[in-house]
Design a binder for this molecule. Structure first.
Ligand SMILES: Nc1ncnc2c1ncn2[C@@H]1O[C@H](COP(=O)(O)OP(=O)(O)O)[C@@H](O)[C@H]1O
Ligand SMILES: [Mg+2]
Length: 367
């Protein structure tokens, strides 16, 4: 790696509802990555899940994916001794499709949830971000909470139910939720992001509607008590000894930080750093690191909290591949903490190699 530039493949797009968010993140990374250290190739994944070599995120944002045949459709060769990409039609690829590291810039299912990471592990390739377990725990709001509770991190009261359980005994579940959680409550599909499928239910009829909506998106549903507080986020960077950034605050333009409030131009804003007393900042940073380690994340994560009027902290969730445009919270928090955007990309790539090398130290069999 000393003599040639590090060949990085940016992987973006994907099947999830956060396809466009991914293209935006990837576009920012593509522009800012340090070309004196890295050679960058790109692979765009369309909404059907097909991978295409050489497409640029900025072009995809403007024009969408080209007709099949224009860009080579590629596949990762799962050969741990020689991982590489090949074009399905046999076309030659630059550097024979070989590379040093993959930088997945994919949010949501089939990118942030451990499935992609499993493929990359099978092929024995270094990649940026969390591994299989960290990614999947970071995606499943129910198992994530279990990992947090294991480390005694403070959470909102919650109930988890399966879609099939709900449809078998809807009245029982509504009664159970009313007894244990009450109104208003938040109803969420366990595995999604960007607030898709999430509702705030104020009464029984809204709860029933909310459960049905969440059940459209996942077989597992999480219902939580409503926490009245400010939304505060902390960025974490590192592997085994992660560091936490200054906290930032979300000022949602709607009753909660819904999909519209996140992505449409209706005036949600970020306040960085969040004005908070030092002892709260210290606690948030400690909890952010603990949350990161609790789910076995690596590389990067954004840890999201509520802070009440009395400065009580409630942990909401961890995102192992948070929005990564130059104006997204994660990079902005590091900028405010002293790491500029392009340096942050350097760190994430270095951490990806570090994690890979650490894993190589373990034996996988007795011989
Ligand atoms: N228990 C809760 N109390 C108050 N607001 C909540 C609660 N859970 C979620 N919200 C609101 O809904 C938004 C989305 O929920 P979140 O769990 O962060 O899902 P996502 O993974 O889609 O971001 C939060 O940013 C917050 O505005
Ligand atoms: Mg969130």
């Amino acid at each position: 790696m000393e003599n040639h530039k590090i060949r990085v493949i940016l992987l973006f797009g994907g099947r999830s509802g956060e396809h466009e968010v991914s293209l935006n993140s990837a576009q920012s990374i593509f522009k800012a990555i340090d070309r004196s250290r890295f050679d960058v190739e790109t692979i765009g994944i369309n909404k059907q899940g097909q991978w295409f070599w050489g497409l640029l995120p900025q072009t995809l944002l403007k024009e969408g994916f080209p007709e099949t045949g224009e860009a080579p459709q590629v596949t990762l060769v799962v050969d741990p001794s020689n991982p590489r990409f090949i074009a399905l039609d046999g076309r030659p690829l630059p550097n024979d499709g070989k590379f040093d590291l993959i930088f997945p810039v994919l949010h949501g299912p089939y990118g942030e949830d451990g499935t992609l990471q499993g493929l990359l592990e099978m092929a024995n390739v270094p990649y940026a971000g969390s591994g299989v377990l960290g990614s999947s725990l970071g995606m499943d709001k129910d198992r994530m909470k279990a990992a947090f509770l294991d480390k005694k991190l403070p959470l909102a009261r919650f109930v988890t139910l399966l879609r099939s359980d709900y449809f078998n005994h809807p009245d029982n579940w509504v009664a159970d939720i009313e007894a244990k959680i009450g109104y208003p409550c938040f109803v969420k599909p366990a595995n999604l992001g960007s607030s898709v499928g999430i509702s705030k239910a104020h009464d029984r009829s809204e709860l029933i509607q909310a459960l049905k909506l969440a059940a459209d998106y996942d077989r597992k549903i999480v219902v939580e008590e409503n926490i009245v507080g400010r939304e505060i986020e902390v960025a974490v960077l590192g592997n085994d000894q992660p560091k936490a950034s200054l906290p930032g605050e979300i000022l949602p333009a709607e009753e909660f930080y819904s999909y519209e409030a996140k992505y449409s131009d209706i005036g949600s804003s970020l306040k960085i750093p969040a004005p908070l007393p030092q002892f709260v900042i210290d606690q948030l940073q400690k909890m952010a690191r603990e949350a990161f380690l609790a789910v076995d994340a690596s590389g990067l994560s954004r840890v999201d909290f509520f802070v009440t009027e009395k400065n009580e902290i409630v942990l909401n969730e961890i995102n192992t591949l948070p929005g990564f445009t130059e104006i997204s919270m994660y990079p902005k928090l590091w900028e405010a903490t002293g790491i500029p955007y392009s340096k942050l990309i350097d760190h994430l790539i270095d951490l990806g190699f570090e994690r890979y090398q650490e894993k190589q130290k373990s034996r996988i069999s007795r011989d």
